[in-house]
Write a protein that binds this ligand. Structure first.
Ligand SMILES: C[S@@+](CC[C@H](N)C(=O)[O-])C[C@H]1O[C@@H](n2cnc3c(N)ncnc32)[C@H](O)[C@@H]1O
Length: 301
């Protein structure tokens, strides 16, 4: 019997050149996750607010993945327009244990984001003295940091923030698709003892335990897979679990996963409708540092 590796190891196996095709299929559906984050705040004015106070802005993207968040920001006219302001520049450092991800994210950057230092390591192992950042973000990124290691990892992120800088984390809640599906997946496997994804609520608790000021909101939306795209459905779900050995047919038979998938299936349209609940947390050492929260766009809980 082949032994399945645990959550973090499987994540690393999939964030690789070999996993590119599966990643691209996944983002056919998941790219929108980042558009929603880009539209939830007036990022351009938050960047400008910082720039009014400093000569240059330093940013670190933690668990940068393939750079879908900066791409979504660059698609916002306000952010893209900042590149026309003389000398306006965000120095953009990247952190990820996957060399593939660091390479991909670097290629996704364009003005006003300028790529800087690269740290090829986990957040928990990041111990370089890289100086202070004005912004540190991690978007749909920290699921594979086990709950018991979150506080230690997030302490690194918080310590890297300047006094008036801000952090931003987006992470699925336990009752939303990404984390909920993975819980059902683990419960459906013979060994049942994989490490669960950490969730947005656990991130918020850890940030508060670290003494940070935190403002959070929850984003609700639905990921819809059309009835006539079973292959896309399979690739999407396999990527959600970092397991391409489990076929859609298997998923539809193993409980409790089968029951969860049935609850997301609309028999009339044949679509699968996955309910997303994403915690968005803005944090800072001080209330005054929560400038991004002042730039929030209404319409989100
Ligand atoms: C879904 S991607 C993040 C997406 C990204 N924010 C974007 O804009 O496209 C998740 C990334 O987390 C990385 N990762 C997994 N465990 C990590 C850890 N403990 N510390 C830092 N990064 C980690 C993976 O290698 C992967 O590149």
């Amino acid at each position: 019997m082949t032994v399945r590796s645990d959550t973090f190891e499987r994540s690393c196996e999939h964030w690789s050149d070999a996993g590119r095709e599966e990643m691209e299929a996944f983002y056919e559906l998941a790219r929108i996750d980042y558009r929603y984050l880009a539209e939830a705040y007036d990022w351009a004015s938050a960047f400008q607010h910082l720039a009014d106070r400093k000569s240059g802005i330093r940013l670190i993207d933690v668990a940068c993945g393939s750079g879908k968040f900066p791409q979504a920001l660059l698609a916002c006219p306000g952010v893209a327009g900042l590149s026309k302001i003389p000398n306006f520049k965000l120095d953009y450092d990247l952190l990820d244990p996957s060399p593939f991800s660091v390479r991909e994210a670097k290629q996704a950057l364009a003005a006003p984001f300028y790529s800087g230092a690269e740290f090829c390591c986990t957040l928990q192992d990041w111990d370089e003295d890289a100086g202070l950042y004005d912004i540190a973000w991690a978007t749909h990124a920290l699921y594979c940091v086990p709950a018991e290691e979150l506080e230690q990892g997030l302490a690194r992120m918080c310590n890297s923030l300047s006094h008036d800088g801000f952090g931003f984390i987006a992470q699925g809640m336990r009752d939303g698709h990404y984390v909920g599906f993975y819980d059902q997946y683990l419960a459906s496997m013979a060994d049942r003892d994989g490490t669960p994804y950490s969730d947005g609520g656990q991130v918020e608790t850890a940030l508060k335990n670290l003494g940070m000021q935190v403002h959070s909101r929850v984003l609700n939306y639905t990921t819809v897979v059309p009835a006539d795209r079973p292959e896309l459905l399979e690739s999407y779900l396999q990527r959600c679990a970092f397991d391409d050995a489990l076929s859609l047919e298997d998923m539809l038979q193993r409980e409790p996963l089968a029951g969860y998938l049935a609850s997301c299936h609309d028999p009339e349209s044949g679509e699968y409708q996955f309910p997303q609940r994403v915690g968005m947390m803005v944090f800072s050492h001080t209330e005054a540092g929560l400038t991004l929260d002042d730039a929030k766009v209404s319409g989100v809980d």
